[in-house]
Ligand binder design. Structure first.
Ligand code: HEM
Length: 529
């Protein structure tokens, strides 16, 4: 029996067996970065056991009082002050993934040939998840002027933003957007709504009025987004040093023409493609950053009218009571407007308490317990409900090489088996975490690539005190693919906008344009319904 894959119900099961060379607006290709390396093999039983160890135990409930406003457990104790990537990057990462890749067709039960798989997203940072097929083809996503994007109902709860809006939805609650996956959870769905508003803000400042103005607004939005992806997202996830190795002009403060990019492993010959080493392994690092619960805004249970405020203001990502979780694909309570200052450093948050920026969980070989049982809304009731197991099986079916083989092919020292452990990257837990090879001998010198990328980050945490980022293998794959995709897109800011800079009036206090500045502008957009 063919196991349905996630989101199968949205796009059907069109299999791109004969379409590798075809190119239409919405299709790209998958392929391999390390063609010469042999596939790593494992038994599904060993992967099942490894997934079980990667999936953490449920966290004990913590009481929230006005005094303590209890923090999440992982960041309590000795690690509490460990610098972290903020929680918003998790969902920005997911949003970017949905801009680049969509494989609704491959199977978890049989081997897949990536060269024959169609990517149902353009492999470009072109925000096709926002624009869909554009105002001519999908006019119902656009306002009457044919330029601005339509928004949904009013949301409340975010004290910093009186114009928060949901995505436009059908009567049944399904979001009317360019990529249905951007309604998968309440956070990514509100990030999508914020990008819609950023587009509208750019339309405001460019004084766009007619459909003829659309292309210029769209280009301006895309270049600001791409600038933020390189200079903020990528810098945060792979670190400044590696980013500057890949893009030396950033280190030299010079032109990309005089200091060309240094892509050592991602070298598409003609059209760009999404390497499976990226989509099935390295870029799934974000799964380990997911927290079990989030605070969306500062609304307290008392304000919500709950007796004595006995309801936890932090919402779980999944719960058996679907109405009280962040699971998407439906209308959620209108008081759930996301306050982005609780997700990104917008410059004025305290270190502790309910106004702090929530940290993402560390990039390590541990996924929070709720990801051990994905709800039907995410996987359509398919087999293998544990995300870790799906990732590992997908790597097996796509015939990925082992982490060690990829490290070796990159000329990067291979992590010895005695340092590969499974579990949370807490200082005190590290030595107690089981060795990978203790789970199965199949893993001796042979670690699944997704696991290996996470383990690298975990080791970096042991060795220094900077926020956990991707390590040398994971960082290179993600960094080179991001930069390579932008270079191969003849319309991108790196290709066409070599001397382009973000608008002066969009820059933050530090003179940068990143996600905080993008959100700040989005919040200034005139309202569109
Ligand atoms: C609550 C948050 C998330 C959930 C529930 C989730 C769930 C999933 C699921 C069910 C899949 C398909 C797994 C399979 O069958 O192979 C998937 C794929 C994927 N996820 Fe996530 N994910 C989340 C967040 C993220 C984040 C934060 C990132 C990266 C920063 C990410 C990156 C990816 C990538 C690259 C794929 C493969 C996509 C493709 O090729 O179509 N995910 N995710």
């Amino acid at each position: 029996m063919e196991i349905p894959t996630p989101f199968h119900r949205i796009h059907g099961t069109v299999r791109g067996l004969d379409s590798a060379g075809r190119s239409s607006q919405f299709e790209g290709r998958f392929g391999r970065m390390f063609r010469a390396l042999p596939a790593a093999t494992f038994s599904p039983a060993a992967l099942h056991d490894l997934a079980g160890k990667i999936t953490a135990e449920p966290e004990p409930p913590t009481e929230v009082t006005p005094e303590t406003d209890a923090d999440d457990e992982e960041n309590a104790g000795p690690d509490r002050k460990h610098p972290a990537i903020s929680a918003g990057y998790t969902y920005w990462g997911q949003f970017i993934d949905h801009d680049l890749t969509f494989d609704p067709a491959s199977s978890l039960q049989k081997t897949d040939d990536p060269d024959a798989l169609v990517d149902f997203r353009t492999p470009r940072f072109d925000l096709d998840n926002i624009y869909g097929r554009g105002p001519d083809d999908q006019p119902y996503m656009y306002a009457d002027d044919g330029v601005r994007l339509r928004l949904g109902r009013q949301l409340t709860g975010n004290k910093r933003d009186s114009l928060s809006r949901d995505l436009p939805r059908t009567a049944a609650g399904r979001a009317i957007i360019g990529d249905p996956r951007n309604d998968e959870n309440v956070i990514v769905s509100q990030l999508q709504a914020t990008f819609l508003r950023f587009h509208n803000r750019v339309a405001d400042v460019l004084k766009a009025r007619t459909p003829d103005d659309f292309a210029e607004v769209q280009r301006t939005v895309r270049w600001h987004y791409q600038w933020a992806v390189v200079n903020d997202f990528l810098k945060t996830i792979i670190g400044e040093t590696l980013l500057k190795e890949i893009l030396p002009h950033l280190a030299q403060n010079g032109s990309i023409v005089n200091f060309p990019p240094n892509l050592r492993f991602y070298k598409p010959r003609k059209e760009s493609f999404i390497p499976v080493e990226f989509s099935v392994a390295a870029y799934r690092f974000g799964h380990s950053m997911v927290r079990p619960q989030y605070r969306l805004n500062e609304i307290t249970p008392e304000q919500e009218g709950h007796p004595e405020g006995k309801v936890d203001p932090r919402l779980p990502i999944f719960s058996s009571d679907g109405s009280l979780s962040l699971v998407g694909f439906k209308e959620f309570p209108s008081t759930w407007a996301v306050d982005w200052s609780l997700f990104f450093d917008m410059g004025d948050a305290p270190e502790f308490g309910k106004k702090r920026v929530q940290p993402a969980y560390k990039i390590d070989t541990s996924l929070v317990n709720p990801l051990g049982k994905l709800p039907d809304s995410v996987i359509g009731g398919a087999a293998f409900p544990a995300l870790a197991e799906r990732n590992l099986l997908r790597g097996l079916r796509m015939q990925l090489p082992s982490g060690q083989a990829v490290a070796c092919a990159m000329g990067i020292p291979v992590i010895p088996d005695e340092q590969l452990r499974v579990g949370k990257a807490n200082e005190e837990d590290f030595e107690k975490n089981p060795l990978l090879v203790s789970i199965s001998k199949e893993f001796e010198g042979n670690a699944p690539l997704w696991y290996y990328v996470l383990a690298e980050s975990q080791l970096a945490f042991k060795n220094d005190k900077t926020p956990i980022r991707l390590g040398p293998v994971g960082g290179r794959i993600v960094g080179e693919v991001f930069v390579g995709l932008m270079l191969h897109d003849s319309h991108s800011v790196l290709s066409q906008g070599k001397c382009w800079k973000p608008r002066q009036d969009f820059l933050g206090k530090t003179g940068n344009f990143g996600i905080a500045e993008l959100i700040a502008q989005a919040l200034k957009a005139k309202d569109v319904v």
